[in-house]
Structure formats: structure tokens, C-alpha cells
Design a protein around this ligand. Structure first.
Ligand SMILES: *[C@@H]1O[C@H](CO)[C@@H](O)[C@H](O)[C@H]1NC(C)=O
Length: 183
């Protein structure tokens, strides 16, 4: 096949496999049965992770993980594999309804008073969080609130998606590594 045929085939595949994307700004709820590292059976994302699309389910690539070893405190995580970057911010006890995309980064809308983002974050009942995903295939912003939480046990969150895209990298520098220094 020549490159044009490859391109046509690629476009066909891309169009043929279109996924249902989450509706923005709508509050939904999900319950986790247990933290990922404190589940009874073999390790699986079922019952402890949020998948915003069936694309994520297909790729076994959740958008948010509820984690923590049995008996320890629990965390939310978004950096789960490879070079999938992601960050979380704890906005405190603020109403989920109020968190716009803009407030997800700076809740008070005051210059210099930006929200603090970290790669994992402690689960606190009644707190509202913002999550930013910058993965090679997903770019997203969503906000969620811990409605109920039992240490090492079940948790329920309500969440709203502020931006979501399944993306295709057109070009990427080779050689990514988590440990490579600079010269
Ligand atoms: C949330 O939004 C409502 C309506 O705009 C406002 O009255 C309230 O003060 C806001 N709460 C917080 C904590 O920002």
C-alpha cells in the first residue's frame, strides 16, 4: 500500500471507531467498592476506578483510580501507566456545582491564588477535587466530590466533566524516560 492508502485506511478506522464522550457540566455519581490495593480478588480496576468513556474501558485505562493499601489512608491517582501525565487538586469543602473549568485551576479567581496540583491526593470526605489529564490519548478536565468515604472501604463520588478529548498525537519526540537526566 502507498502512503495515501495508509492515510485513507487510518481515517476510515478513526471515523469508524467513534466513542460516546461524556456530556459536559452534568453531575453524575459513582460508587467504589474498595481501594485498588485493598480488593479481595486479583487486581482489577473494576469497583475502584472511574472510566469516563467506553474507550477507556476498551483500553483498560481509567480516568481516576481510588487507591490505598488495606489499613492505610486512601488516595486518588491519575498517573497510572507509561507517560500518562495527570494532576489533582484538593479544593476543600466547596460545592461541586460551583466548580467551573476556570475555578478548577484558581477557585477564588484571584491572581497568584492558584489551586495546588499534585500527582496523588488524599481522599477526604466532603472535599471537592479537580483532575487534569494530559495523556498521549486523552486530554481532560473533570471535577468531583467525595460524598461518602470509609477508610480502606467503599467510597462514593459525584463528578462533572469540564473538558474531554480522545486525541491523536501527530508527532512526538522520541526517547521519553522518567529518569533520563539532561546534558
Ligand atoms: C456557590 O455558588 C453560589 C451561587 O452562585 C454562591 O451563592 C455560593 O456562595 C458559592 N459557594 C462557594 C463556596 O463558592
Amino acid at each position: 500500500m502507498d502512503s495515501f492508502t495508509y492515510l485513507s485506511l487510518f481515517i476510515f478506522v478513526a471515523v469508524a471507531s467513534s466513542f460516546t464522550l461524556p456530556e459536559l457540566h452534568v453531575i453524575k455519581k459513582i460508587s467504589f467498592k474498595y481501594p485498588y490495593s485493598c480488593q479481595p480478588g486479583p487486581s482489577s480496576y473494576e469497583g475502584c476506578a472511574l472510566f469516563l468513556t467506553d474507550y477507556g474501558v476498551l483500553r483498560n485505562m481509567p480516568d481516576l483510580l481510588y487507591n490505598g493499601a488495606c489499613g492505610s489512608s486512601n488516595t486518588f491517582e491519575v498517573m497510572l501507566a507509561g507517560d500518562n501525565f495527570g494532576m489533582l487538586s484538593d479544593l476543600g469543602d466547596v460545592p461541586l456545582e460551583n466548580v467551573t473549568a476556570s475555578k478548577a485551576f484558581n477557585y477564588n479567581r484571584i491572581t497568584g491564588d492558584d489551586n495546588t496540583f499534585t500527582s496523588t491526593i488524599k481522599v477526604v470526605s466532603g472535599h471537592t477535587y479537580a483532575a487534569l489529564l494530559a495523556k498521549s490519548e486523552i486530554r481532560a478536565l473533570f471535577v468531583f466530590r467525595v460524598e461518602s468515604y470509609e477508610r480502606s472501604g467503599p467510597a462514593t463520588i459525584s463528578y462533572a466533566v469540564k473538558q474531554y478529548g480522545i486525541i491523536t498525537l501527530s508527532q512526538e519526540s522520541p526517547g521519553f524516560s522518567w529518569d533520563e537526566p539532561n546534558h
